[in-house]
Design a protein around this ligand. Structure first.
Ligand code: C5P
Length: 239
C-alpha cells in the first residue's frame, strides 16, 4: 500500500471550520482523516460529509464501549455515513464485538455500501504497566493485555486493532499479517511525546509492520505542517 494511504491525520481540532480548512490544505498528500470525540462533539455528522465531499476517507474514532445493543445500533448508523473505518473498545467484550460486526454487515448489504473496517482498541497508548496495575487492577502488564485483547478481537472477526507502535510485531505474530494494525503514539524525532507514553517514530512503526499510522500533534502543531508531512512521508517511504 502506498505511504499516503497508510497515514491518517488526527483532526483533534474543536472547530469544524478549522478542521475543514486543515483537510483542504493537506488533501493532496493524505487520504484518510480521523474524526474523534472533540471534533465530532462540535461539528457532528456535517464534518464527515464535508470530508467525503472532498473525496477523502474518514476514520471515525469514537471508541464505542457500551452494551451490545447500544453499540450495534450506533455502528449501523456509522455504517450508513459511509466511513472508511471506525473503532470500539475490545474490553466491551465478545458479544458486543460480534453484534457490532453483524449489524455493520447487515446495514452495508441493505444499503449497498462498502463495509467499513472495524478496529478494536486494545490498551490506550497513554497507559503504562504502573497505571494498569495501580489504577485498573490489571497486573499482567501492557504487552500481555494487548496480546489477549488482540486475540479476542481476532476471534470476533474484527478487521484489526489499535495499539502502540511497540506492540505491532507481537500482534502480527499472534494474529497473522492480514490482521490490521493501526498505531497512534507516533512521534518523529523532532516532536515531544506530550501525553503519549508508548511511542515510536514513523520509520520504526512502518518497519515493524504497521498498516496505518495515526498522527496529530506531530504534524498539526508543527510550525509548517506541510514540511512536517513531507519529512514523515520520506521516513515512511525509506522504512
Ligand atoms: O497528537 P497525537 O499524534 O498524539 O494524536 C494521536 C491520536 O490518536 C489522538 O487523536 C488520540 O485520540 C488517538 N488515539 C490514541 N491512542 C489510542 C487510540 C487513539 O492516541 N489507543
Amino acid at each position: 500500500m502506498p505511504y499516503r494511504q497508510r497515514l491518517i491525520i488526527a483532526l483533534d481540532i474543536s472547530s469544524g471550520q478549522k478542521a475543514y480548512e486543515t483537510v483542504e490544505r493537506l488533501k493532496d498528500y493524505v487520504d484518510i482523516f480521523k474524526v474523534g470525540f472533540e471534533l465530532f462533539s462540535s461539528a457532528g455528522f456535517a464534518i464527515i460529509e464535508q470530508i467525503h465531499r472532498l473525496n477523502k476517507k474518514v476514520f471515525l474514532d469514537l471508541k464505542f464501549h457500551d452494551i451490545p445493543n447500544t453499540v450495534s445500533r450506533a455502528a449501523s448508523l456509522v455504517t450508513k455515513l459511509g466511513v472508511y473505518m471506525f473503532n470500539l473498545h475490545v474490553s466491551g467484550g465478545m458479544e458486543m464485538m460480534i453484534r457490532c460486526r453483524e449489524s455493520v454487515y447487515e446495514t452495508a448489504l441493505k444499503e449497498g455500501i462498502t463495509v467499513p473496517k472495524i478496529i478494536g482498541v486494545t490498551v490506550l497508548t497513554s497507559l503504562t504497566n504502573e497505571i494498569l496495575k495501580e489504577e485498573l487492577f490489571i497486573s499482567h502488564g501492557v504487552i500481555s493485555h494487548v496480546k489477549r485483547l488482540s486475540a479476542l478481537a481476532k476471534r470476533a472477526n474484527l478487521d484489526g486493532v489499535v495499539c502502540s507502535p511497540q506492540e505491532i510485531s507481537l500482534i502480527k505474530k499472534t494474529c497473522g499479517k492480514d490482521f490490521l494494525v493501526v498505531t497512534p503514539g507516533i512521534r518523529p524525532s523532532w516532536s515531544p511525546p506530550d501525553d503519549q507514553k508508548r511511542t515510536s517514530t514513523p520509520r520504526e512503526a512502518i518497519k515493524q509492520g504497521a498498516d496505518y499510522i495515526v498522527m496529530g500533534r506531530g504534524i498539526l502543531r508543527h510550525e509548517d505542517p506541510l514540511k512536517a508531512l513531507e519529512l514523515v512521508s520520506v521516513e515512511m517511504m525509506t522504512a
